[in-house]
Design a protein around this ligand. Structure first.
Ligand SMILES: Cc1ncc(C[n+]2csc(CCOP(=O)(O)OP(=O)(O)O)c2C)c(N)n1
Length: 343
C-alpha cells in the first residue's frame, strides 16, 4: 500500500499542497500548542502536581490533523493518548490538567464540545464511537465521529466489532490508528501478521489508507477526505498513521528497558513540528521572531490554565462515580452512598 505523504523529512513539499496558507499557519500553531502542553505537563507531573500522564511527543501531527478536519458539531472519541486531538478540538487546557490530576471536574467536556472522556480500557471507544455515529445518522444529522486507537488496540475484539458494525451500517466514523511502533513494550510486528494495519479495512469492505503520521499536511488532507466521505453517507474509513512514540508509554514507563535509543533517534529527525516549520520557512511564512512570540503566548496560556486548575476545589471521593450514567444506576448508587459515608 502507498503511504500518503506531502512533505519530505526537512518539510520541503514533494508535490502541490492541498492546504491554504491560513490552514498551514493554523496547523503549525496547533502542533506547537500541543507540544508546549505536553512538555509542560510532564514537568508538573515530576513536581507531583499531576497524576500519571501518557505523553504524545512525536504524534502531534497524527492527532492534530484529524481534529482540524472536524466541524464543531462533530464528535471526538479519544483514547488516553489523544490530549493533542482534544485540545485542538476545543477542550479547555484547565479541564485537561484537572483530568490528568484524576479530578472528575476535568472529565466532562463543556456542553458545546462533543468529546467523550479519554478511554483507558483499550479499544472500548471503538464500538461506542460507532454507536454515536450510527445515532447521528438515525437522527438525520450529518455530524461525524472521529475516534483513535493504537496499533495494539487493533488486536482487540472491540476493534473488530466496531469496524464491522460501522461498515455494515455506513456509520459516519473516521477510525484513526496511530501506529507508533509499540504497545507499551510489545513491538507492532510481534502482535500482528499483516504488514499494514490499513489492510484490515479489506476485511470489513471499507477504504483503508496509509498516511505519513508525522506529516501534518498529509494527515489533515486524508482526514478531510474521510470526513467528507462519512458526511455524505458513504460510511467509515480506516486510516493508519505511521508514526513513532518518542516518549515513554506513560510518565511511569522506562522505555530503555525494552528498546534502543537508536530507534527514537531516527524518528527525532522526522519530527512533525520541525517538518512543518521547515515548510513554513521554505514558503517564507515564518521566522524566528514569530516563533519566539508564539512560545511566549503558549506559555501564558498554559500558566493561566494551571492557575485556574490550582484554584479548583478539592475533588470529593464520591464524585468519581457521578459521571458513569446520566441517571444513576443501582450499583452506581450503592458505590456513591458508600463513598459519601452513608452506607
Ligand atoms: C482492555 C485493556 N487491556 C490492557 C490494558 C493495559 N494497557 C494500557 S496501554 C496498553 C498498550 C496499548 O498500546 P496501543 O494500543 O498500541 O496504544 P499506545 O499506548 O501505543 O498509544 C495496554 C495493554 C488496558 N488499558 N485495557
Amino acid at each position: 500500500m502507498d503511504t500518503v505523504q506531502y512533505l519530505d523529512d526537512a518539510g520541503l513539499p514533494l508535490r502541490d499542497l492541498p492546504l491554504s496558507t491560513p490552514e498551514l499557519l493554523m496547523g503549525y500553531r496547533a502542533l506547537r500548542r500541543a507540544r508546549h502542553f505536553d512538555e509542560r505537563v510532564i514537568i508538573l507531573q515530576r513536581q507531583g502536581r499531576l497524576g500519571v500522564f501518557p505523553p504524545f511527543r512525536g504524534q502531534e501531527a497524527a492527532q492534530v490533523g484529524v481534529a482540524l478536519a472536524l466541524r464543531k458539531s462533530d464528535w471526538l472519541v479519544p483514547s488516553y493518548r489523544e490530549t493533542a486531538a482534544a485540545m485542538t478540538f476545543g477542550m479547555p487546557l484547565t479541564n485537561l490538567i484537572l483530568n490528568w490530576r484524576a479530578d472528575p471536574a476535568g472529565w466532562r467536556a463543556p456542553d458545546d464540545i462533543n468529546m467523550i472522556q479519554f478511554y483507558i480500557p483499550i479499544a472500548t471507544q471503538i464500538p461506542q464511537a460507532t454507536g454515536i455515529a450510527h445515532a447521528e445518522r438515525l437522527k438525520g444529522s450529518d455530524n461525524i465521529v472521529a475516534t483513535f486507537v493504537g496499533d495494539g488496540g487493533t488486536s482487540e475484539g472491540d476493534f473488530h466489532e466496531g469496524l464491522n458494525f460501522a461498515a455494515v451500517f455506513d456509520a459516519p466514523v473516521i477510525f484513526m490508528v496511530q501506529n507508533n511502533g509499540w504497545a507499551i513494550s510489545v513491538p507492532t510486528h510481534k502482535q500482528m501478521k499483516v504488514q499494514r494495519i490499513a489492510l484490515k479495512a479489506q476485511g470489513y469492505g471499507i477504504p483503508g489508507v496509509v498516511v505519513d503520521g508525522n506529516d501534518l499536511v498529509a494527515v489533515w488532507s486524508v482526514a478531510k477526505e474521510a470526513a467528507e466521505r462519512a458526511r455524505r453517507g458513504d460510511g467509515p474509513t480506516l486510516i493508519e498513521a505511521i508514526t513513532y512514540r518518542i516518549a515513554p508509554h506513560t510518565s511511569s514507563d522506562d522505555p530503555s528497558r525494552y528498546r534502543g535509543e537508536e530507534e527514537s533517534a531516527v524518528w527525532e529527525k522526522r519530527d512533525p513540528i520541525l517538518r512543518m516549520r521547515g515548510l513554513l520557512e521554505h514558503l517564507k511564512l515564518w521566522d524566528e521572531a514569530q516563533d519566539k512570540e508564539l512560545s511566549e503566548e503558549l506559555e501564558g496560556e498554559f500558566l493561566a490554565a494551571v492557575e485556574e486548575a490550582d484554584q479548583a476545589p478539592e475533588p470529593k471521593p464520591w464524585e468519581i462515580v457521578e459521571q458513569v450514567y446520566a441517571k444513576m444506576g443501582a450499583d452506581q448508587k450503592v458505590a456513591w452512598e458508600y463513598l459519601r459515608g452513608e452506607a
